[in-house]
Design a protein around this ligand. Structure first.
Ligand SMILES: [Zn+2]
Length: 222
């Protein structure tokens, strides 16, 4: 898989990104690739100014854009080649763990008696709360995010036309592996440790109308 720049400007790239999301992604890269690895990837991504200078851990939006996040994602995939997918998925999972630790209030996880609900409802509420958390953040900047959760008999679809992972990029295959990791970790968290298959079935980087992630309702065998 090779990720390249789109020739025309992608307006999604201009959306504001909270500092902490970039920080957690960089910390996750460091955890997986080591200090040397993270420095190389930041430079490859055109984010050399963030070497030894990670964004602060707050939800302020004072300069970072969705373009920075997709630049990091593209650099991971291009740099690691065939290993890039699993690498990106691990980074997504670790980032989500930081986010769950720090932002459970924002995402409404703290107040939900999720434990008492059937798996299906745990997933549904988890996804809905995640989307409304992202929307609340964007609303602080007067931005609206085109995100949607659709329920089908055997799965949920997370449909995004405002994708932090692939905005401004072109790829020959769906490339939002980081977000597959985020959804897997989130699904595991809200269901008390179960694992679910997550697939990206459409991706704007390959020319589709939206990035679509399918989350199976049936847990994987333990
Ligand atoms: Zn995508």
């Amino acid at each position: 898989m090779t990720v390249e720049e789109k020739t025309e400007h992608d307006p999604t790239s201009d959306l504001d990104l909270p500092n902490a999301y970039m920080r957690w992604a960089i910390l996750a890269v460091e955890e997986v690739a080591g200090k040397r690895g993270v420095d190389i990837i930041l430079r490859e991504a055109g984010l050399g100014h963030m070497v030894d200078n990670y964004p602060p851990q707050n939800m302020n939006m004072d300069g970072l854009k969705y373009a920075d996040y997709s630049a990091l994602n593209a650099a991971i995939l291009n740099f690691y080649g065939r290993a890039g997918k699993s690498f990106a998925m691990r980074i997504g999972r670790i980032s989500a763990r930081y986010s769950i630790q720090e932002e459970s209030a924002l995402f409404g996880f703290a107040g939900l008696a999720l434990k008492l609900l059937p798996t299906n409802m745990q997933l549904k509420l988890g996804l809905q709360n995640m989307v409304s958390g992202f929307r609340k953040l964007a609303a602080q900047k007067g931005q609206t995010l085109d995100l949607e959760i659709v329920e089908e008999p055997d799965k949920f679809k997370y449909i995004s036309r405002a994708c932090p992972n692939c905005n401004g990029k072109v790829s020959d295959k769906p490339m939002c592996w980081v977000f597959i990791g985020v959804l897997r970790e989130g699904a595991s968290f809200v269901t008390g440790g179960k694992e679910f298959e997550v697939k990206e079935t459409s991706c704007m980087a390959v020319g589709d109308d939206a990035c679509v992630f399918e989350i199976s309702k049936t847990p994987l065998p333990q």
